[in-house]
Design a protein around this ligand. Structure first.
Ligand code: SAM
Length: 215
């Protein structure tokens, strides 16, 4: 996500430790303590400006949500939405979500959302894709046994890559959508990128997948 640099963003994020952390490893295994209620934790890696996760947190007060956004100037937009909404079930991590097993203990998370992740189209950058094996390894470790991954994108190449990568890793697809907005899927909350690309006529691809427990 390209955005103008906001030199004040880092200080603003630091001013609200109740909602934001830049040291998520300090809360490994103890995330429930940062929420009002002990309930399933759903994370989104690469939340952008936070429209999706803030609307999800409003719509599902029985879930605890954690937005993970790398860019300080972008993460501050999530904080601004949260300061308006004051949601007890939303936390923000401003850090690179490449070390998730340093941030969460095994089985601490019930669901991982990946929305319009950066496609990294060049083959030599494929390891940076959030559905590459290194990341899948981390999701499998931090997810509960019945946990799952929900992924959507308008990028056909990234979707194709992700289907293959997740399948080869051992994930099982519960459902796959090749045109989400023309389907009977109910309760879709659109992200900023989803609104932008669907307005241009791009179909939205979506999948839900889980890692089957070993016997
Ligand atoms: N999910 C939002 C949406 O659908 O509107 C934003 C999509 S934007 C293409 C991808 C976002 O993911 C960017 O804001 C980027 O900074 C963030 N991002 C990329 N890799 C990340 C990582 N490893 N950890 C945390 N954030 C990441």
């Amino acid at each position: 996500m390209r955005l103008r640099h906001k030199p004040w963003a880092a200080d603003k994020l630091k001013a609200y430790p109740k909602y934001v952390t830049q040291n998520p490893q300090d809360f490994k295994g103890e995330w429930q303590k940062r929420f009002a209620k002990d309930q399933p934790i759903h994370i989104e890696v690469g939340s952008g400006k936070g429209k999706f996760i803030v609307e999800m947190a409003k719509a599902h007060p029985n879930i605890n949500y954690i937005a993970i956004e790398l860019q300080t100037s972008v993460a501050v937009s999530i904080l601004e939405l949260q300061l308006d909404a004051q949601l007890e079930n939303l936390q923000i991590i401003n850090a690179h979500g490449g070390d998730l097993n340093h941030f969460f203990s095994d089985g601490e998370v019930s669901r991982v959302y990946l929305n319009f992740s950066d496609p990294w189209p060049k083959a030599r950058h494929s390891k940076r894709r959030l559905t590459s094996p290194k990341f899948l390894d981390q999701y499998q470790t931090i997810l509960k046994l019945d946990g799952d991954i929900h992924f959507k994108t308008d990028n056909m190449s990234l979707f194709q890559y992700s289907l293959a990568s997740m399948s080869q890793y051992g994930f099982v697809f519960r459902q796959v959508w090749l045109d989400l907005h023309q389907s009977d899927f109910e309760g879709n909350i659109q992200t900023e990128y989803e609104e932008k690309f669907s307005a241009k006529g791009h179909p939205i691809y979506r999948l839900e997948a889980y890692y089957p427990p070993k016997n």
